[in-house]
Write a protein that binds this ligand. Structure first.
Ligand SMILES: [Zn+2]
Length: 869
């Protein structure tokens, strides 16, 4: 019945896989990094089993010099091997003088390599301590296929083995790996640190970290030692990570009903880190903003980010490390599932944060991409490992998580958990394909899990569910027509888990929620009681809803009676159908004006997006009316919330406070808000004052308002604060503020910083921020294209597409924008052609929005302002 074949048993990867004639069982690795000469050397001796007679042993190695290759047979005979390399497949072949018979052997060799600065493989990260002395850390990032850059190995996720690791390091340095230290031998200036053998696991999870590092005291979490590892001066920023680390360890051991699979957990902050974090078994590495935080001065959103990332990585210890994808197409499930589990865990950790309401923004970001024809299926066949690189995006993490949440809510949380437990227990220490999970969830639920999920996983896009009378039907949702010369990746005919209820207004009771699967054919709604019907009840469906105009207006009149997530989705879906040209901006703004004094930011976020986009395309003659409209929509909520936190307010309210300040003070050019922001800034230490720091919850908004004023000296003050920031969050916040000045000369200065002083792990978002700034976007684009090769060489490949994704914000000048598109066509980005295509299509959707709406904006603003009167 499903239009898709299940994940194939003969995978397209077969041509690229290592032969399975030889199986690795235990790697005994000795590695000696030399940070001074930026190199490392090592030996590896691998217990292998030869399954059928071989004339060569083929494994992975890249950028390594290999020598002294020997095979010792079970009889004790030792034979030397010659080595050949295949640089394209990143393989080494060891050739013995004669055929090796089946049976157990030990393969050994020496290797040397370079400690690189590319944030992958075995690489260097540097930091400066409080005394101004600089230090270098040697650390690993081996996912996806960079273990082969650290040691010769069978670098495929289903070639699991035990790792028995020894690091030879200078005596004064800390050495960390996946397992606890078993013994230390000192000789001269060096020590040999031997770690206890790991569980059977994949090569991409191996970690070694060596450097001048400090650690917290170890805390015993139900028998598992937990600590945080950091560079000097950061001890005061570790308590929160310990809290969420301990909480998530307990949460997952209970949820999965399986004890933590390794012997200890180190949460390690690395000063230079390409991704957010990496789930190395027992030695989880993080960029510092994702781990180190001071809860007293951080915003709720910054704390939530740390909680999410720590929980995400901790979930991987089971889902990913204990049970691992068989090949790289399974990356999506690994990441989507960890994202989903992190949200469950953080929701339990701090219920007041209402994590799933907050997730509305993530869902929106994913559906925004998924509504363009250049989207992709969440899962697609992967041959060469690098074809999976495109999976590390919003569609995997956020849409994948949303789809799992939809399934969980449809079959029930308890049933879902029981299916997950079965799956993990059945496949512990092994490898799986996606269907293994659906099988376990089908057994647990009796629901057609595979038929539902295949339609959401194996095709791109998502449906638009329309209600007319009592009938619902689906169409594929898209923001516009298929771009000329391309084909659409948006699918059709989803099996949609739909939840429906009656809103219950005007004396009618709130109806029960009815759930059913909507297929390709239109269907009549189940009976849910009198009153207004809500489709996507609960708000967990991964689709857009489309109500008839009268129905929408009736819902608008009762927005307050919707659940927070339902309300957020109604706003987001209506904004999406507006951009798709199915409704007008005027209709959307009238809906927005019904939000009144709604205090959850999730419902307001689409309004802020709509007005920000409108600001890019508005004619000068209508700009004043736009400012007044912003005042009409956000003024009352700012009047209620002000600048300061109020006793007893909801945990998410400060996010709306910041949104209102930013909308009114920046695009709205409200003199009162601007003056108060400037006063707060001037009094704060950031602004050179002696008063209280600006509350972190509103700091980014206040800074973004102050920078609009272009006062002499403010740039230097922010730059100084960036350089002297007390926490990683403050560092990022001030760095981002430097990108918001409405001035091309300052933008060039900030661009220079991104190319020199700013760590490469952060520099890309500085350039993206300048590109996104409506005053500096064009100049930044020209600068970026002038220095194209230099920029790409500076930043790691995984962020190249992020540098250009903000081109959608060039929509205000279609001629200029088309020039940018032409440049990107002539300069393809090999690490993410699809993401570039998505960015170009989004740009064109926004240009089309401008063309449709520009001439009628005046009328739309008047309509809102009249309502306000
Ligand atoms: Zn992950």
């Amino acid at each position: 019945m499903p239009p898709f074949s299940p994940s194939a048993t003969t995978s397209p990867s077969d041509a690229f896989r290592l032969p399975r004639t030889v199986e690795p069982l235990v790697y005994r690795l000795e590695v000696e990094p030399d940070v001074g000469s930026a190199s490392f050397s090592g030996t590896v001796s691998i217990d292998i089993v030869i399954h059928e007679a071989v004339t060569e042993i083929v494994l992975n190695a890249a950028e390594l010099a290999i020598s002294d290759v020997e095979v010792r047979t079970a009889e004790g005979e030792v034979v030397g091997c010659t080595v050949t390399f295949d640089d394209v497949l990143e393989q080494a072949s060891f050739h013995p003088p004669a055929e090796l018979p089946p049976g157990p052997c030990v393969l050994s060799c020496r290797s040397t390599g370079t400690l690189n600065d590319k944030l992958r493989g075995f690489y260097r990260s540097t930091f400066t301590d409080a005394e101004g002395q600089s230090h270098t850390i040697a650390t690993t990032q081996l996912e996806s296929v960079d273990a082969r850059r650290a040691f010769p190995c069978w670098d495929e996720p289903d070639r699991k083995a035990v790792f028995d690791i020894t690091l030879i390091v200078e005596r004064n340095l800390e050495a960390i790996s996946n397992s606890p230290i078993a013994d230390v031998e000192r000789s001269g200036e060096k020590k040999r640190v031997h770690f206890s053998p790991t569980m059977k696991m994949s090569t991409y999870l191996v970690a070694f970290i060596v450097g001048n590092l400090e650690t917290t005291d170890t805390v015993d979490v139900d028998g598992v030692p937990l600590r945080v590892v950091f560079t000097s001066g950061k001890r005061g920023l570790t308590d929160f990570a310990m809290d969420i680390g301990a909480f998530s360890l307990r949460f997952f051991a209970e949820y999965f009903d399986i004890p933590y699979p390794a012997e200890k957990v180190d949460l390690i902050a690395i000063p230079d880190f390409a991704a957010g974090a990496m789930e190395n078994l027992g030695a989880i590495t993080f960029r510092d903003t994702a781990l180190l935080v001071d809860p007293v001065v951080a915003s709720r959103a910054e704390l939530e980010r740390v909680a999410e990332v720590v929980s995400h990585e901790m979930a991987h210890m089971w889902f990913g490390d204990l049970v691992t994808m068989g090949w790289w197409e399974g990356i999506w499930l690994n990441e989507a599932f960890a994202t989903f589990m992190a949200a469950l865990c953080v929701d339990a950790f701090r219920p007041a944060w209402e994590t799933w309401v907050g997730f509305a923004a993530s869902r929106e970001a994913a559906l925004d991409i998924d509504g363009v024809h250049a989207t992709r299926p969440i899962e697609y066949p992967v041959g060469l490992p690098r074809e999976a690189e495109g999976m590390f995006d919003l569609l995997t993490y956020e849409k994948g998580c949303a789809v799992l949440r939809m399934l969980e809510q449809y079959i029930g949380a308890g049933v879902f958990r029981s299916g997950i437990r079965t799956y993990l227990k059945r496949h512990a220490y092994g490898n799986t394909v996606t269907n293994d999970l659906w099988d376990a969830l089908e057994e647990a639920s009796g629901s057609p899990v595979r038929d539902i999920m295949n339609t959401f996983i194996l095709q791109g896009g998502h449906p638009l569910i329309s209600l007319s009378g009592q009938m619902v039907h689906q169409d594929p949702f898209s923001f516009g027509p298929v771009p000329e010369g391309t084909t659409s990746s948006i699918g059709s005919d989803w099996n949609v888990p739909l939840a429906v209820r009656a809103l219950g207004v005007d004396d009618a009771p709130r109806g029960p929620t009815a759930k059913f699967i909507l297929g390709a054919d239109p269907a009549e709604l189940p009976e849910v009681g009198p009153g207004l019907t809500v489709i996507n009840a609960g708000g967990w469906g991964v689709f857009r809803t489309n109500y008839e105009r009268d129905h929408l207006l009736a819902l608008a009149a009762h927005l307050g009676e919707l659940d927070a997530l339902e309300r957020a989705n109604l706003m987001a879906d209506t904004w999406a159908t507006t951009r798709a040209g199915r409704s007008t901006l005027e209709e959307f703004l009238i809906l927005a004006s019904q939000l009144g004094l709604e205090t959850d930011p999730a419902a307001w976020a689409p309004v802020a997006s709509a007005l920000s986009l409108t600001n890019r395309i508005v004619a000068e003659a209508d700009r004043e009316a736009l400012r007044k409209t912003i005042g009409a929509l956000f003024g009352p909520i700012h009047g209620l919330l002000g600048f300061d936190a109020q006793e007893g307010e909801a945990a998410r309210t400060p996010t709306l406070r910041a949104m209102a300040i930013s909308m009114l003070g920046d695009i709205g050019a409200d003199p009162g808000v601007q003056a108060e922001a400037a006063t707060l800034f001037d009094a704060s230490p950031t602004g050179g004052g002696t008063g209280a720091p600006i509350s972190a919850d509103v700091a980014s908004a206040v800074l973004a308002v102050v920078t609009q004023l272009m006062r002499p000296g403010d740039y230097e003050l922010l730059l100084k604060q960036y350089r002297e920031a007390a926490t990683p969050q403050e560092e990022v916040r001030t760095l981002q503020a430097l990108t918001t000045f409405p001035d091309v000369t300052l933008a060039q200065r900030t661009f220079d910083l991104a190319m020199t002083e700013v760590r490469t792990q952060n520099g890309y978002f500085v350039i993206a921020g300048l590109l996104n700034n409506r005053f500096t976007g064009q100049a930044t684009w020209l600068r970026l294209t002038e220095q194209w090769d230099e920029v790409l060489a500076r930043f790691s490949k995984n962020v190249h597409t992020r540098l250009v994704e903000p081109i959608a914000s060039l929509c205000g000048d279609p001629d200029f924008a088309q020039g940018a598109v032409a440049f990107l066509r002539e300069h393809p980005i090999p690490s993410g052609p699809l993401r570039v295509a998505q960015a170009i299509e989004r740009l064109n959707v926004q240009i089309a929005f401008g063309e449709r709406e520009r001439d009628r904006l005046g009328g739309a603003f008047r309509a809102v302002l009249e309502l306000d009167r």
